[in-house]
Design a protein around this ligand. Structure first.
Ligand code: SAM
Length: 377
């Protein structure tokens, strides 16, 4: 029986969406601005590319109600379509904006490099006394001084667009400079202040003491990635709204949606970037996240999730004509989406299953994702 179920599952897999590592190596899945900053829970750009080609035309306007790190917006722009994205997490909105903005590349690079040098010179005189207790416990004093100096210098010396890029470099450096082990960068629970046996490097390692080397490394990488995307991008607009997608008003009519919603009880979208919220003083709206991890998967949590996602699509329908495409990428292992589509007024055209290639050795077990291709009624 188990064999039959497994065979049925494999027969269901949409092969054209289930790329192997050879067919779609990691370097392409993380191309140009898509990897400006680590982010748990994003979909790969190639999924968006496929559905843009299938259901949209250049010149149209798309919407992603759960824009996250901005994958849909970046790919829509490269395709020649305008796009608007909404997210409840201020950090995710900042990241999506930085990825899609048009820059004057020469001046951006010069300003970032000058700020890096100025921050290096002032780090020794910066005081950490006013920093939050969270920052003081998660960073060695030298690392915290370097991060705070960079924050202060970039806030004073850069224009708005440059400062947003600098804040992404700062956040990525802060993530790497936390006092944690090399093998637990995703979900470290408490600061590690002493040397430890490192499973990743198979030797004794010590927690990081400084942040300057990360600021330099990520400045180079960020400039390189933004330059690479600049040669591919179009002039199509990309707008980011920091709001609750259940109620947000979109600035214009849209032709359809490509999105990957949160899934219940899985990821804390604010907490995963806590260092950014602490350092950048971003507004924290975690109470409005749909399906937050700390609610778990009780019946009450699942019902609230169903209502929240359905409300989001109902709200978006106000800005679409009937028969508009709505592509939803989600691992619906709890089969919640039939009820959601019903409540949202969406008709299912096709439910595809794809095998997700997660580099061998990092996580155990096979992983599948559903792609629900729907139409507004
Ligand atoms: C699976 S992630 C989207 C990832 C995105 N497709 C990408 O590639 O980066 C789901 C997103 O939904 C956002 N979210 C959760 N509740 C929300 C709400 N009420 N309104 C808007 N966004 C919300 C989370 O902050 C998170 O960024």
């Amino acid at each position: 029986m188990a064999g039959t179920t497994q065979e049925a599952l494999y027969a269901e897999i949409a092969l054209d969406l289930s790329w192997s590592e050879e067919a779609l190596p990691q370097v392409q899945r993380t191309k140009h601005v898509h990897s400006l900053h680590p982010y748990l829970g994003k979909f790969i750009p190639q999924i968006v590319e496929v559905f843009l080609q299938r259901y949209f035309r250049p010149g149209q306007r798309l919407y992603d109600p759960f824009v996250g790190s901005g994958t849909t917006l970046v790919e829509a722009n490269a395709f020649g379509a305008s796009a608007v994205g909404c997210d409840i997490s201020a950090f995710n909105c900042l990241l999506a904006q930085v990825k899609t903005r048009h820059y004057s590349l020469g001046s951006l690079e010069m300003a970032l490099r000058a700020a890096l040098e100025q921050a290096r010179q002032t780090a020794e005189v910066v005081t950490t006394e006013d920093a939050s207790s969270w920052l003081r416990s998660w960073y060695a004093p030298q690392a915290l001084r370097e991060l705070l100096a960079y924050e202060c210098v970039t806030a004073e010396s850069l224009d708005d667009a440059g400062w947003d890029v600098a804040r992404i470099i700062l956040s990525r450096s802060a993530r790497s400079a936390r006092r944690t082990t090399h093998f637990d960068l995703d979900f470290p629970r408490k600061p590690v202040k002493k040397s430890y046996w490192c499973y990743k490097h198979r030797r004794t390692c010590s927690p990081v003491q400084e942040a300057a080397k990360f600021l330099r490394r990520y400045t180079d990488d960020t400039v390189r990635r933004i330059r690479e995307f600049a040669s591919l991008r179009t002039d199509s607009a990309a707008d980011v709204l920091h709001a609750d997608s259940r109620h947000v008003d979109l600035p214009y009519e849209i032709s359809g949606i490509i999105t990957s919603p949160p899934y219940p009880g899985l990821i804390d979208y604010h907490e995963q970037h806590r260092y950014a919220y602490e350092l950048l003083n971003l507004p924290d709206l975690r109470d409005l996240e749909i399906g937050p991890a700390d609610w778990g998967v009780s019946r009450r949590a699942l019902d609230s999730y169903i209502d929240g996602i359905a409300a989001t699509f109902r709200n978006a329908a106000r800005f679409m004509e009937s028969d508009s495409p709505v592509v939803i990428v989600v691992n619906d292992s709890r089969d919640l989406y039939p009820a959601i589509l019903e409540q949202a007024g969406l008709a299912l055209d096709e439910r595809l299953k794809r095998h997700v290639n997660r580099r061998t050795g990092r996580r155990a077990g096979e992983f599948f994702e559903d792609v629900l291709v729907c139409r507004t009624k």
